[in-house]
Design a protein around this ligand. Structure first.
Ligand SMILES: Cc1cc2nc3c(=O)[nH]c(=O)nc-3n(C[C@H](O)[C@H](O)[C@H](O)COP(=O)(O)O)c2cc1C
Length: 536
């Protein structure tokens, strides 16, 4: 559908309207024209309803035509066997995962009849161990406090928040719906590297202000970091935390470009960039180039934001480099308040295939490594860890909480909640549901009021399911999940406790120079604070 050009998608509607008038005119020649007249008139009324209703963005963008999608979806189970081999593998998120989000967003029954579709004897299948003495957890506000000893304004964050997606990669209506939904549900919305836009401000929801290598909203005319402009943005009451972006899982080590054609006056305003010129996010930061300088920069962001929680987001690449950063924390005494680990399986508006498929560490391994390195350095209690990478169900969240995260973020989960149908056209500006486009006509299809409610519903219903899972395991709080609560099937077919694979390493083992395997100590000894380059 997204390949149908900008106005052609209205052709069926316009055509039926013209034919209605024509048939009406021809009625004076023959009563036979009643049949086609009634047919086209009915079609035109359907089209009129489609462009005016607010619940289905696909119908607002593809009046009449859009119904084909629902018809196919409706008969899909019948032709499922035939389709399953053809397209299931091509989708980043399975239909099961997406329909769970859609149901929770709509607030409709999200139960499954007839039992699981999971292949429980396949390698990689994972499950939670429940208790014979389950507990009933009242649906309380599941939160974690972020802010270490040097933080003047700690933030009480929800266990589930909207991950970074910039205004520019997403439409104004998408940003507004996400932010209003965050406001309704009392959770946070990460701005992404495109700065704080008027739509973030209009929504009023809590913000995590992301500072990427483009320093959007905090830059000098030539693109360098501008501490005064940063302080202005960081001082906004809505801004609760500052996130320095080192990399994202879908394209680590690769910058980004927002083509000049996609830059609107509002995007230029939010980013502090000129119109008519490609907007570049360089692959590397210019404000620092060594681990020590990076810590100094974190210290500067904390000072100029009035002591709000400051942290950084990365996808693990060279593990030694992360250890360089941790060593610099110990040497400078500047310890970030949080670290967000993004998995290789994460999403993006656009990335080269090689990067999307084969650069960066998957979430589970990256998270375990970060968690254990901070434990090894004796500073895990000062730093909260966020995790992102295909976390759309309560099981996904529970598992990362067990392995070492303190909260979870989702980007595409919340995109689904505002109507994304995974058309994978984010890079074409032809998003069929008005989520990832700067085309005002396509964006109009996304009804902010309706979608903001769905964002809040999805969040609330997902956390409700998380509380139920914790109760089933006999826990009082999902934050008490530990690796031994999870089992998984190994390639050998054997089952293993997650603690055997993703166990917690002893506190301070790196400081004591204790060998625990996994290459931790060897890399630690090669890590330097003065350079990211390998020590000769
Ligand atoms: C459309 C889109 C835009 C994104 N933009 C950013 C960004 O500006 N900054 C960033 O750190 N990550 C960005 N990401 C990555 C997400 O924040 C997130 O870390 C990743 O997609 C994993 O989460 P998910 O699997 O729930 O999508 C973007 C992802 C998507 C899908």
């Amino acid at each position: 559908m997204e390949r149908i050009g900008s106005l052609e998608r209205y052709a069926t509607f316009a055509g039926s309207a013209v034919l209605t008038v024509l048939c009406f005119a021809l009625l004076m020649f023959s009563a036979w024209f009643w049949l086609p007249f009634l047919f086209f008139a009915a079609l035109t009324l359907v089209g009129l309803y489609d462009v005016t209703q607010t619940r289905h963005a696909i119908l607002r963008n593809y009046p009449i035509l859009g119904h084909m999608r629902f018809i196919f979806e409706g008969i899909r189970p019948e032709i499922r066997q035939y389709l399953i081999e053809s397209d299931q593998d091509e989708e980043p998120f399975s239909r099961d995962e997406r329909s769970l989000v859609y149901q929770r967003a709509k607030g409709v029954e999200d139960k499954r009849p007839f039992g699981t579709r999971e292949r429980v004897y396949d390698a990689g299948y994972a499950w939670l161990t429940h208790s014979v003495a389950p507990k009933h957890l009242e649906m309380k506000d599941l939160r974690v406090t972020i802010g270490g000893p040097n933080c003047a304004q700690p933030y009480s964050a929800s266990l589930y928040n909207i991950s970074a997606m910039s205004f520019g990669s997403l439409s104004a209506n998408a940003i507004l719906a996400l932010n209003k939904g965050a406001k309704m549900g009392g959770f946070a919305h990460d701005t992404g590297e495109g700065g704080v836009s008027r739509y973030h401000k209009e929504g009023g929801g809590d913000l995590i202000y992301e500072v990427g290598s483009g320093y959007f909203g905090a830059r000098t005319p030539d693109g360098a970091f501008d501490p005064d402009r940063f302080a202005e943005t960081a001082a906004l009451e809505q801004v609760k935390m500052i996130e320095l972006k080192l990399s994202q899982g879908a394209k680590p080590g690769h910058g980004g470009v927002l083509p000049a054609s996609k830059i609107t006056p509002e995007i230029a305003e939010a980013r502090g960039v000129p119109m008519g010129v490609d907007c570049i996010s360089p692959a590397a930061h210019s404000a620092f180039s060594t681990p020590l300088e990076m810590m100094e920069f974190i210290g500067l962001l904390r000072e100029r934001s009035g002591g709000k929680p400051v942290g950084f987001k990365l996808c693990i690449g060279h593990r030694r480099e992360f250890m360089c950063i941790v060593k610099a924390m110990l040497e400078t005494g500047i310890v970030p308040d949080f670290i967000v680990v993004d998995g290789k399986e994460g999403g993006t508006g656009a990335a080269p295939l090689e990067f999307a498929n084969h650069v960066g560490m998957p979430l589970i391994e990256g998270l375990t490594f970060v968690h254990n390195t901070l434990r090894g350095a004796g500073i895990r209690d000062q730093v909260r860890i966020g995790a992102a990478g295909k976390l759309v169900s309560a099981f996904d969240i529970a598992r990362v909480l067990a392995i070492g995260a303190d909260w979870a973020n989702s980007a595409r989960g919340f995109m689904f909640s505002i109507g994304c149908i995974q058309a994978q056209a984010c890079h074409t500006n032809h998003c069929p549901v008005g989520v990832a486009t700067q085309d005002p006509l396509r964006m109009r299809a996304l009804d902010v009021g309706d979608k903001a409610q769905r964002v809040a519903n999805f969040h609330g219903n997902t956390l409700k399911a998380l509380a139920e899972m914790a109760g089933a395991a006999g826990l009082d709080d999902p934050c008490n999940f530990l690796p031994y609560h999870f089992m998984q099937r190994e390639t050998s077919g054997e089952m293993a406790e997650a603690s055997e694979v993703f166990g917690y390493l002893p506190e301070g083992f790196l400081l004591r120079g204790e060998e625990v395997g996994g290459g931790y100590l060897e890399r630690w000894n090669r890590a330097s604070t003065v350079s990211f380059d390998p020590v000769a």
